[in-house]
Design a protein around this ligand. Sequence first.
Ligand code: NAP
Length: 211
Amino acid sequence: MSAEFTILGRGRAGRALAAAWRGRAALLPHVERPDGLVLLAVPDHAVAELAEAFPGRCVHLSGSLQVPEIPCAHPLTSFDGEPRDWNGTPLALTGAVPPVLRQAFEVLGFRPFELPGALKPLYHAAAVLASGHAATLWLGADALLRTHGIDLPGRGLWPLAEATLRNLQLHGSAGRTGPFARGDLETIQRDAAALPEGWRDIFLALGKALD
Ligand SMILES: NC(=O)c1ccc[n+]([C@@H]2O[C@H](COP(=O)([O-])OP(=O)(O)OC[C@H]3O[C@@H](n4cnc5c(N)ncnc54)[C@H](OP(=O)(O)O)[C@@H]3O)[C@@H](O)[C@H]2O)c1
């Protein structure tokens, strides 16, 4: 199969999508200048300058960035360079994304929706809260336990992570557990006092964030 478009940038997003699309998309380093439609899979800070090399024929992947005249397709997922099951994953479209690209994402299971450019930073900040910041919390919790010599047996924090997401998926906000959801004030104060200052502030601020 000859490639219908080119992905520029062999990072996590570029490699994962190229592998999933197989021969449908070529994958090249960002220094190349291919003909035809180009999907820019490069760091956000490089998008605007690189797009000048492909006037009217490129699309970028950044969820936050709005470059005038450059359409965007933002997959609401966390890539690791490998093709995964993306069935039902939202794909935010801003501007005139060519139908061939939209259809290529749909074949992989992505679900397109239109996102106005002015809402992109808010949309992306929400995504960072749900993904990168959630990862920071899990990694921070793991480090706190290890620092204090608590070596969890079995699968460690994973069963808690899985149960938390399962309850949220099944019950929405009613699936949130813990002392803040229950209103256990003494437990909150005791737990907060046990934390280093930086984590204490985060612990208390996050506990009240939905009030
Ligand atoms: N990772 C995710 O989960 C995710 C999810 C949704 C959207 N996105 C978006 O996808 C885009 C790429 O993200 P990524 O996570 O794949 O990035 P990445 O893993 O950091 O890879 C970016 C690639 O861009 C190229 N590159 C590096 N420095 C560059 C520079 N100064 N100028 C131009 N190209 C450069 C390199 O590829 P070559 O060596 O091949 O040139 C590099 O592998 C970003 O706009 C990001 O917002 C990412």
